[in-house]
Design a protein around this ligand. Sequence first.
Ligand SMILES: CC(=O)Nc1cc[nH]c(=O)n1
Length: 105
Amino acid sequence: MYLADILFFERFEVDILSGAKTITIRDKTEKNFLPNTIVQVSTYETRRWFCQILIKDVQPIRYDELSEFHANQENMSLEELKAVIDEIYPNVRDLYVITYVLLGS
Ligand SMILES: CC(=O)Nc1cc[nH]c(=O)n1
């Protein structure tokens, strides 16, 4: 079963809508996005829809493999990215990089 919806914290909305944030890193519960499908995006806090994205790729990654390259795609420093992942997914080391393009809002 492929996922058709995704939630983002409101604090990421501006970066997503500006195109500054082009990936999201999730745990195994959200690895089942299908490349070349459209996904509806809403806020985690209130479930307010704010855009749709096209999934380009889903790739497994280990926490220790996160790099400045991924941080740049998240519009963060690597230190910030690891702090965000530590906060959302404490002690999770098997992650997934979901690459997307913004379609519209
Ligand atoms: C709601 C939620 O989990 N949001 C996340 C998680 C990881 N990365 C991200 O950009 N947004």
